[in-house]
Design a protein around this ligand. Structure first.
Ligand code: OSB
Ligand code: MG
Length: 368
């Protein structure tokens, strides 16, 4: 199948509640969707770049710009729809992994839809549903946090992740443990908010039996994480630092992490994400699927990835309702703490045309 062009579409979606992390507060999302159009089928790719370069150096305007200016033209005129050929074609352009991931995903989805094969099957999924965790933002008070966590536990989430930052760490963790008990699977995510000098504060989390501490230090501070791992008992998990399978292999060998959060956007796509899964599995390192507040389109692909055998911890693959009152697809709904892995061709789900039209702020056609 030949590709005829790529559509860039921007959508705006309000969040059900503000989402606060150590790097900022989100109240609505401005999302870039890609549609790879071929002569037999078309496919979707959701770019996970946020509005501002606060989680990573990427941001949505830059992703649109680099796609338009460099990445889409690099595919060449009317190329074969071949997902495995995308990363090599884009390789000479540095960085911009989220933009590259969106393009690769759109092409893969188009290719798999034309071939009648599911994303899950293609990646090597071994489960038809995956257990789901939820990421809980920083709140204004402990009572507000406890109420929020109570709601998620009532919904059936099997794991709670608390966002932390200096001044919002030991007390919220203690409060959640005291209120909900030792059986709740609990972990924390600092999004790089601490320094090497904070080892004592992070060690103060040890008594609470957390599953892991996610990305306490700067994304480039691999050695700092290795040192920290020797000073705390809680396992260190890396998110921001793991930008490739090579970065994962290096971090593991240096002892910088004993668990890895895999986000396809952060690493340049689902094929590289699978390579990270493979590297970690070979090293006995558990992995879990991270999230970037995806719509149903990105969520569908994440759930497929999370069904690979090495994903032995619940991911941030929460239901649509965690972030959006109205999703762009049929909503993903939690059933007994799990989400179903889509089995239809490609990512296995489509946008609802009326919803998509309603939330679209612009479209742009880039012919190949
Ligand atoms: O660090 O995992 C993170 C959201 C945006 C950017 C970074 C992160 C997050 C989350 C929420 O923690 C993940 C999700 O529920 O989609
Ligand atoms: Mg994280």
């Amino acid at each position: 199948m030949k590709l005829t062009g790529i559509e860039l579409r921007r959508i705006r979606m309000p969040l059900v509640a503000p989402f606060r992390t150590s790097f900022g507060t989100e109240t609505e999302r401005d999302i870039l969707l890609l549609r790879a159009v071929g002569d037999e089928a078309a496919g979707w790719g959701e770019c996970v770049a946020m509005s501002d370069p606060l989680y990573s150096s990427e941001y949505v305007e830059a992703a649109a710009d680099v796609l338009r200016r460099y990445l889409v033209p690099a595919l060449g005129a009317r190329p074969e729809a071949d997902g495995t050929a995308v990363a090599p074609a884009l390789h000479r352009f540095k960085g911009h992994r989220m933009a590259k991931a969106a393009l690769e995903t759109a092409v893969l989805d188009a290719e798999l839809r034309a071939a009648g094969r599911s994303f899950a099957r293609e990646l090597g999924a071994v489960h038809d549903r995956v257990p789901c965790g939820v990421s809980v933002g920083i709140m204004n008070s402990i009572p507000e946090l406890l109420e929020s966590v109570q709601g998620y536990i009532d919904e059936g989430y099997v794991r709670i992740k608390l966002k932390i930052e200096p001044g919002w760490d030991v007390e919220p963790v203690r409060a959640v443990r005291e209120r909900f008990g030792d059986e709740v699977l609990l972990q924390v995510d600092a999004n790089t908010a601490y320094t090497r000098a904070d080892a004592a504060v992070l060690a103060a989390l040890d008594p609470f039996d957390l599953l892991l501490i996610e990305q306490p230090l700067d994304e480039e501070d691999i050695l700092g994480h290795a040192d920290l791992a020797r000073q705390v008992r809680t396992p260190i998990c890396l998110d921001e630092s793991i930008v490739s399978a090579k970065a994962a292999a290096d971090a593991i060998r240096l002892g910088a992490c004993s668990i890895v959060n895999i986000k396809p956007g952060r690493v340049g796509g689902y094929l590289e994400a699978r390579r990270i899964h493979d590297v970690c599995q070979a090293s006995g390192i558990p992995v879990w699927c991270g999230g970037m507040l995806e719509t149903g389109l990105g969520r569908a692909a994440n759930v497929a990835l999370a069904a690979l055998p090495g994903f032995t911890l619940p991911g941030d693959t929460s239901a649509s309702g965690r972030y959006y009152r109205t999703d762009v697809t049929e909503p993903f709904v939690l059933a007994d703490g799990h989400l179903p892995v889509p089995a239809a061709p490609g990512i296995g789900i489509d946008p609802l045309p009326e919803v998509l039209a309603e939330i679209t702020t612009s479209t742009e056609w880039l012919p190949l």
